[in-house]
Ligand binder design. Sequence first.
Ligand code: GCB
Length: 685
Amino acid sequence: MQKKIVCILSLTFYLWLNINHAIANVGRKTIPLNDNWSFYFAYNFEKNIQKESISVPHTWNAQETLKGIAAYNRTAAIYERSLDIPAYWQGKRLFLFFEGVNSVASIFVNNKFVSEHKGGYTAFSMEVTNYVKPGKNNLTVQVSNAYRLDVLPLHGDFNIYGGIHRPVSLIVTEQNCISPLDYASSGVYLTQNVNEKQAQIEVLTKLSIQNATKLKLRTSIFDKDKREIVSTIDEINDKPTALTQKYSINNPILWNGKSNPYLYTVEVSLLENGVPIDKVSQPLGLRYFHVDPENGFFLNGRYLNLYGVGRHEDVAGKGSALQHTDHERDMNLIQEIGATAARLTHYPQNSYFYDLADQKGIVLWSEIPFVGPGGYTGTGFVNNENLKNQARENLIELIRQNYNHPAIFFWGIFNELKLNYDDPEPFLKELHNLAKKEDPNRLTTLASNLGDDKFTTLTDLMGWNQYFGWYGNRFSEVADWADKTHRNLPNKPISISEYGAGASPFKHTEELKQPIPSGKFHPEEWQTAFHEAHWKLLKERSFLWGKFIWVLADFGSSIRTEGDQNGINDKGLVTYDRSTKKDAFYFYKANWNPEPMIYIAERRNNVRHNATTSIKVYANTKEVELWVNGIKQEKKAKNDINIVKWDNVKLTQGRNIIIAKTKVNGKIIKDSCEWQLQPAQTENN
Ligand code: GCB
């Protein structure tokens, strides 16, 4: 009897376990495949070669590109790891999802070729259900960053870091699922038509249906506090590849840039016999906008001055193989400086960075890596069908993968192409049309470095990369350029898509003199002067719909042998390792970030030879007090670009203590630094 009870109990427990396992086992799972890879270069054919154990994101070029030798290792490498497939996944579908492999990837499962992907900065996915067996399987990725003419970019002042430089995962689904195969997008596309009173939202869901068994699609929209606002369920008949559902929200809360980056969430669930078997969640930021050639950018009916930085995904020691914390640090810098916008140069960036921009309300320009030579020789375009196909695919990937990010407003189709090789214009027109077909609700743009009679009819908006006072010319010419371009193209919304100057925070001068860009001496003070002069002239020109500094942080460019360090473009407002914010960073912070601040500029220029000097403070409060060696100077007010300046200040030989103070709501905030005055050096000492 007792035995019988034990048997019944065990059977019940067994059934309960199985049912629970089955329930727990239903639905999409995303399993990270970032660890336990081995790595070696593809030219090693010996059987017992040494393989390096690595995790992805990974690149093999992060260090050597700093030698300043253009010929860094653009070769092929092999990444391997095992794929463990539990037996209870029998009947599931399996997809590999790569967020970015630079720049051509060939994927093999159990030594069988599955697929190839070209282009290092977009995600790609593939189904591998029929390539795997229960138990251990091998995943091999052959990666090449070799220079070739059929993969963008053909050119560029940045490194093409070879490797699996973004995360990898395995997606496990039921037989029927929301498609992970539509250009590696989420499979859900949210299109909006918004005004203050009402938002109409169309949710297009791409499906991958193997067996049509009582399927339904439930789509719900939740507000920020996770309260469901609307929800519908539609039956799925036959085996459709897509389904569209429509919603409206009255009195929507708008995504309003930094002032209120309000996000709803759209949750799309696929139900089989009433049980959810797949679910995709996407952010929804409701907003409307336009760009006016005379008055710039308007978000939700109000003028928004778009200013910010270009951003490369590249950090000292890591190249482009970044972690979430690296992206967060960059976003924190963008927020700290007070930017309203960023241009994500020169390629689609990590999906996490777009998430951060959605959450923080930063308006984005995002682009494909269609990059021309700028001031160098060579071409960014050849009229070759293979290259054109890759560029088309890349643009579709950029748009579909990032379609739902409210932060993105502009799709960039190229940077600094030239006209002295194959004429790129017909193809650029085609790319503009393709972008419009994929996404009629955003605007296209480009970044040119040619005259205002070139490339002006291709895209909705335009931008020019301008370096007045760096690669020749004088700072003030930026105003003449802007006004003349605006006069010549009165109906075209124009922007300054890059402006900047190189600087080392460790090189200084007391006499401002334009440095030689290709030289080693890039004193910080010239960059500061460049930005002060530029911002004064640019800030008032609201017809410029965007003003983008080149660049947030110094970045790797193997072709450069200038400034302090080979292989670095030093036009960043922050150093390559993000440890030092240059003076220009604080200049913009004082102008863009309303949080009270005070900062003594030229603080690092701390060995002085001129006994009479100027002292400059950046502050966003009205007045600033200054003490030099305990002696109070005249209290001064800031000027129109938040600079407070004292001329003819006398320093004493040896140590000088400078203290600047200001009052914020009755509280004193201050900054201080120390300079040494030393006798001027003569040739003999
Ligand atoms: C440009 C390019 C950018 C370069 C920059 C520079 O116009 O678009 O990729 O890095 O100039 O620093 O010269």
